[in-house]
Structure formats: C-alpha cells, structure tokens
Write a protein that binds this ligand. Structure first.
Ligand SMILES: NC(=O)c1ccc[n+]([C@@H]2O[C@H](COP(=O)([O-])OP(=O)(O)OC[C@H]3O[C@@H](n4cnc5c(N)ncnc54)[C@H](O)[C@@H]3O)[C@@H](O)[C@H]2O)c1
Length: 239
C-alpha cells in the first residue's frame, strides 16, 4: 500500500496547472484531499477526476475571510491534516511604477498570507499527532530577482524564509517543511500566459512533476528545511 493512502492533504491552486496534476496523482495513491481554488468550474472538474467531488473548496485565497472559512470547512470535514501543499500563486508581471497597492496585496496575500493561515490552522493537529508536512511551491523567483516581478519575487522569497522557520519550530514536534521549485518548464495556464514561444517548445505536462510531491509527503524528514527541485526529485531517486 502507498504511504500516501489515507493521508489528508490540502492542495491549493488545484483547479488547473501543477496543482491539478498533484491532486490527481495523490488521489491515485489514495490520499483524502481538500482542494482549494477560486476557479469553481475547473476545481469541480479536478475533484471529479480525483473521484472526490466533495474535496472542492472554492475560495479566493487573497481574501483572508474566505480563506479562513474554507480552512474551517476543511477541518470540519477531514479533521486533522497530514500535509499542506500551498501551490496557488499569481504571476501578473508589471513594472513597479504601474503596480497598485491592491495588485501587490493580491499576490502577496495568495502566497504569504494564505500560507500563514493554512500553516497556523493545521499546526495544532499536527503537533498533537507528532507528524505533519508543509510544502510551499516556490520558483527561481524565490532566490533571484526578475524585472516586473516585484510582488511575485517578494512572495516567493517570503515563502522560502517562512518554510525554513517552520522547519526549525516543527523539528521537535515531528512537523516538517520544505519549498520546491518546479525545476522544469511546465505546460500550465501560467506558462501559457508568460512563456516565450521558445520555452513552449521545451515544456512538459505538469503530471511528470507530480510524483515528487508524493515523495515529499512520504519522507518529509529527509527534506525538512530544504529547497527542492520537483523535476530532479521526480526523475531520480536522489534530489
Ligand atoms: N508555470 C511555471 O513555469 C512556474 C515556474 C516556477 C514556479 N511556478 C509555481 O508553480 C505553482 C503552480 O504554477 P502553475 O503554472 O500551475 O500556475 P497556474 O496559474 O497555471 O495555476 C495556478 C492555480 O492557482 C489558482 N489561483 C490563483 N489565484 C488564486 C486565488 N486568489 N485564490 C485561489 N486560487 C487561486 C488558479 O485558479 C490556478 O488553478 C505556482 O506556485 C507557481 O508560482 C510555476
């Protein structure tokens, strides 16, 4: 039996792209899912494809109240959470001089604020059980700067620090945390909007990266505090 079978896992940004691929893969391994996204139609399709229509929790993760309500509904349905994969993100490239406060807050809220809300809510149950995993999907933008990506880079850099601190606080409690960059060009709606034609020649289906997330959930102590590469992890045994 897969070590993922029966685990309760939250996946954010699960309607489309990498998040949907992760959800389908984990469902195939027997995980009990809670899928969060604001695209209700596509989220329902993902949940149905996972064979868990009840797993769809529609929420705009930039809205703290909507996020809190979704998390409360998830905890009421699933009880304790074994793993959180915070994958939702907004990449809306814009020069700083054109960015409004609400643009900036929408991006940072989906990444950082919602990441905090998820971690804060899942933490007590994980601590009581003595086990839990947080996986924050990052990017090269988590360690490098890019022009027109101030909000996105700030968010991904923030998630890197957030995860490292959780890994330290969680170590004595059996709670592990890591970030992961895709490590390969993926064919997703975000890529469709932002890649050059040349990059679109190289992209792969996000399903190819999804097995990395099962490995991280199955062996979290191996990776806690680290920044991983999903492509490397999915295509070799040694990250
Ligand atoms: N696509 C790439 O090449 C690439 C590169 C590096 C990192 N990443 C990261 O990988 C992850 C997945 O990327 P992707 O390409 O699948 O993205 P995507 O934009 O294709 O999909 C993101 C999902 O998040 C959801 N989402 C966005 N804003 C939301 C909100 N406010 N509330 C709820 N849901 C919301 C979307 O509806 C969508 O289902 C992201 O964290 C992204 O930053 C992607």
């Amino acid at each position: 039996m897969s070590p993922i079978a029966g685990r309760s896992v939250i996946v954010t940004g699960a309607a489309l792209g990498l998040g949907a691929a992760i959800a389908r893969h984990l469902a195939g391994l027997g995980a009990r899912l809670a899928l969060v996204d604001y695209n209700a139609g596509a989220l329902a399709e993902t949940a149905a494809a996972c064979g868990q229509p009840e797993a769809a929790h529609v929420a705009d993760l930039s809205d703290a109240t909507a996020t809190a309500e979704a998390i409360a509904a998830i905890l009421a349905r699933l009880g304790r959470i074994d793993a959180v994969i915070h994958n939702a993100a907004i990449l809306d490239p814009k020069p700083l001089a054109a960015m409004t406060l609400s643009d900036f807050q929408r991006t940072t809220n989906v990444g950082l604020q919602a990441g905090f809300q998820l971690a804060r809510a899942a933490w007590p149950g994980m601590a009581e059980a003595g086990r839990g995993v947080f996986i924050f999907v990052s990017s090269r933008s988590g360690i490098e700067g890019f022009a027109d990506e101030t909000a996105y880079c700030a968010t991904k850099h923030g998630l890197e620090g957030f995860s490292k601190s959780i890994a330290l606080e969680g170590a004595a409690l059996g709670i592990h945390s890591m970030t992961v960059t895709p490590g390969m060009y993926m064919r997703t709606p975000m890529s469709e909007r932002n890649y050059s034609d040349a990059l679109k020649q190289k992209w792969v289906e996000p399903d190819r990266l999804a097995p990395a997330f099962a490995t991280m959930i199955a062996e979290p102590e191996r990776f806690s505090g680290q920044r991983l590469n999903a492509w490397t992890l999915a295509t070799s045994d040694t990250p």
